[in-house]
Design a protein around this ligand. Structure first.
Ligand code: ST9
Ligand code: ZN
Ligand code: ZN
Length: 320
């Protein structure tokens, strides 16, 4: 592994804040948002129906669904996550526009909201102020948190976060302003219309496979990072935190399952010390650097990683 910019973190908003203590006394009641329950259920039923339609889809349509899946996943991993939440590398304007479009195709809240919630997640992991607090169980961390009102501490702590970098970025604010329109176009219209227009796929099949099924798969792959990768796997870098190294999640979330490493070194652009291994997102960012569209990739220094493994690891560390 070559070290790109082996430096310590330059951002503090994604670093765990040990000083926060959950409020004592009874927890606020859980307020279910039934609209979200109904919509999420319908979405998953639609995706399931899409699975049964696969035999009647053309090969090009299935290929297109895969392209949309990877493109929208990169809008989350390389975009909302590694670029905008953690500022782990710099991206040129064309790349930021590309990632913002991809992000709208993923329809996981706009970049500003995603990055704000994700910074709160890192800073207050597994507490009341963590939007998808995994100590409330698998279902809550996976999707339940999107079906109920937020714990007041999430909002209280989130409002104190430093988000001026996001507010100052025109691409982020433009996407936020036109978010609904961009989602209609990128998440629903484009994936449905392209197969119908270019290779005469039926609109029905194109709606259920490259649109609903693809959207639901990327959602669940993302949510697994919050649920499975906070519960199952080794902790080679820090045994004192919940996030784990989870191979299945790493594979399905194109490189985002090295979660014990990621919470220990959140500024590392690769979210892992193993380069391209199981990490399509790192491949993508490196290619962008090669093309001159990205730069300043931050990486944890090898000596810092090794010292941390010795000091707080669970003894399961492997060098490759
Ligand atoms: C989705 C997001 O799926 C997924 C994110 C996953 C993150 C994963 C991270 C893992 C690492 C990365 C790995 C990537 C792997 C990718 C793999 C890809 C293959 N701070 O929200 P409201 C304010 S979305 C400060 O309504 P409620 C807010 O501004 C799916 N302030 O709260 C507002 O203020 P104002 C589709 C905050 O009422 C007020 O509070 N989308 C914060 O409790 C109320 O905000 C959905 O399903 C904060 N943190 O409702 C929609 N938070 O009034 C889901 C809030 O002044 N969302 N505020 O404007 C909702 O419907 C609602 O947010 C709710 C909560 C019902 C969940
Ligand atoms: Zn993160
Ligand atoms: Zn996490």
């Amino acid at each position: 592994m070559s070290e790109k910019n082996p430096i310590e973190s330059t951002m503090v908003e994604d670093v765990f804040d040990e000083s926060y203590k959950e409020k004592e006394g009874p927890k606020p009641p859980v307020a279910i948002v039934w609209r979200n329950v109904v919509l999420m259920s319908l979405l998953h039923l639609g995706a399931l129906y899409g699975v049964f339609l696969i035999p009647s889809a053309s090969v090009l349509t299935l290929l297109w669904a895969w392209v949309c899946m990877v493109f929208s996943a990169l809008g989350i991993t390389a975009g909302a996550h590694r670029l905008w939440s953690h500022r782990s590398y710099k991206a040129s304007l064309p790349l930021r526009i590309f990632l913002a479009l991809a992000n709208s195709m993923a329809f996981q809240n706009d970049i500003y909201e995603w990055a704000r919630d994700h910074r709160v997640h890192h800073k207050f992991s597994e507490t009341d102020a963590d939007p998808h607090n995994a100590s409330r169980g698998f279902f809550f961390a996976h999707v339940g948190w999107l079906l109920v009102r937020k714990h007041p501490d999430v909002i209280e702590k989130g409002k104190k976060l430093e988000l001026s970098d996001l507010k100052a970025e025109k691409v982020v604010m433009f996407q936020r302003r036109y978010y609904k329109l961009s989602v209609v176009l990128m998440c629903f219209v484009v994936p449905t219309v392209v197969p119908w227009l270019f290779w005469n796929e039926s609109l029905w099949v194109a709606y259920f496979i490259p649109t609903l099924m693809r959207y639901t798969l990327v959602l669940n792959a993302t949510w697994l990072v919050n649920s499975a990768a906070h519960m199952w796997g080794n902790r080679p870098y820090d045994i004192n935190i919940n996030p784990r190294e989870n191979r299945f999640v790493t594979f399905s979330a194109i490189g985002e399952g090295f979660h014990n490493y990621h919470h220990t070194f959140p500024y590392d652009y690769s979210t892992s010390e193993f380069g391209w291994k199981l990490n399509l997102t790192t491949c993508f960012i490196d290619t962008m650097c090669f093309l001159g569209l990205a730069s300043n990739c931050k990486q944890a220094a090898r000596t810092v990683v090794q010292a941390r493994v010795q000091r707080t690891g669970d003894g399961s560390h492997r060098s490759g």
